[in-house]
Design a protein around this ligand. Structure first.
Ligand SMILES: *Cc1c(COP(=O)(O)O)cnc(C)c1O
Length: 362
């Protein structure tokens, strides 16, 4: 029946925009159903739970009978913006909260790049920028990296509407030096968005540059360093004019009550947060040394993962060997990255098991 219905309508005009028909959707990292039976090191989640204060805050917000859920949450995530503003040293008018930083990346493109206008980013980095630009009908231009991790052939005057700089870079883990970011800001005619998803694991960040350059926007996520990937929380920091524009575009109740309560509690428990980051960084440094000792090339990382290549530069072989042992890492489909693997930093015990498996696989 269904087939007959379809054939009756042959030659009809598509209901879809050509840009949507033409695009490939983004493929997120694999999330296995039986997650407890894996060592899961493929999507840079935090191996430690969020602060116990987060769980308390969610329970308090729900209350005994969930009555608070009847009413809409704060549309502007007011308390949360104040808490984040205090921590980062900005007035709340410089901050916008997002339902995952992916939401605000999308809205930055919607705010700035019209149909056919240029959006740029470094390749390799986060290919989701490209998916978001394609949805908008914007043109995508990517720039490669030199051997010393600078952008190859970046124009003296970049006149695209938005340029995304992932720093620390994913999947490679290095961070761009701040003086280099300043140079890029001066060369950019449009917005320079520094995607700092991993900055809490790095030696420095670009927050001070937001005050210095009117075209710099910094985005952060609570998915990695704050262990809240399951709650979908992110933010952007930029000049109030830019924040006001982003505010017009977002869904008015973009963050639910539980996410707002959880995020305030997470931001307030800085001692717990700092200790969790410290352990991950310590394990990262240990894992890097040990992998190097068994012959891997490892790019020094400023994030909660490393990009590592075996001596035969065959990422697929090691991926398969780890997969067979129920250890999940990220093999990127890009041929440019086939020589290695992106491995998230788990607990010390998980990384010891992974290292032993890699030594065995050879
Ligand atoms: C994880 C990640 C994001 C997405 O963060 P969410 O807040 O989970 O949407 C954005 N950018 C980069 C570079 C990431 O690695």
């Amino acid at each position: 029946m269904a087939g007959q219905y379809r054939s009756d309508r042959r030659n009809r005009v598509s209901y879809l925009r050509p840009a949507i028909t033409a695009m490939n959707g983004y493929v997120p990292g694999f999330q296995p159903d039986d997650v407890a039976s894996w060592i899961k090191l493929n999507t840079n989640e935090n191996p430690y739970p969020p602060s116990p204060k987060v769980v308390e805050a969610i329970q308090t917000e729900i209350g005994s009978n969930g009555a608070s859920l009847r009413t809409y949450p704060s549309a502007s995530s007011q308390r949360l913006r104040e808490a984040a503003g205090r921590l980062y040293g900005f007035d709340p008018s410089w901050m916008i909260m997002a339902n995952g930083s992916d939401e605000v990346l999308n809205n930055l493109i919607r705010a700035c790049a019209g149909e056919g206008e240029d959006v740029g980013y470094v390749h390799p980095s986060y290919s989701y920028y490209s998916t978001l630009a394609e949805i908008q009908g914007a043109a995508v231009r990517t720039y490669g990296l030199t051997d010393s991790f600078k952008i190859e052939a970046f124009p003296e005057h970049y006149n695209g509407r938005v340029f995304f700089l992932t720093s620390p870079n994913s999947p490679l883990g290095f961070a761009f030096p701040l003086d280099y970011i300043e140079e890029l800001a001066k060369d950019c005619g449009g917005l320079l968005v520094i995607d700092e998803a991993y900055a809490d694991f790095a030696d420095c960040n670009a927050l001070a540059l937001v005050k210095k350059y009117e075209n710099i926007v910094v985005t952060r996520t609570f998915s990695k360093s704050y262990a809240l990937a399951g709650m979908r929380l992110g933010l952007a920091i930029a000049r109030p004019e830019i924040i006001a524009a982003l505010d017009k575009i977002r869904d008015h109740y973009n963050l639910d009550r539980l996410a707002q309560a959880a995020c305030v509690a997470a931001l307030q428990d800085q001692p717990y947060f700092r200790e969790s980051c410290r352990r991950i960084i310590e394990t990262r440094e240990w894992f890097t040394r040990e992998l190097t000792a068994i012959g891997y090339s490892v790019i020094p990382s400023q994030a909660n993962f490393v990009f590592a290549s075996p001596p035969d530069r065959n990422g697929r072989r090691v991926y398969d060997g780890l997969f067979a042992r129920k250890i999940l890492v990220r093999l990127l489909s890009d041929p440019l990255l086939a020589h290695g693997l992106r491995i998230s930093i788990g607990t010390r015990e998980e990384m010891e098991a992974t290292l032993a498996a890699m030594a065995e696989i050879g």
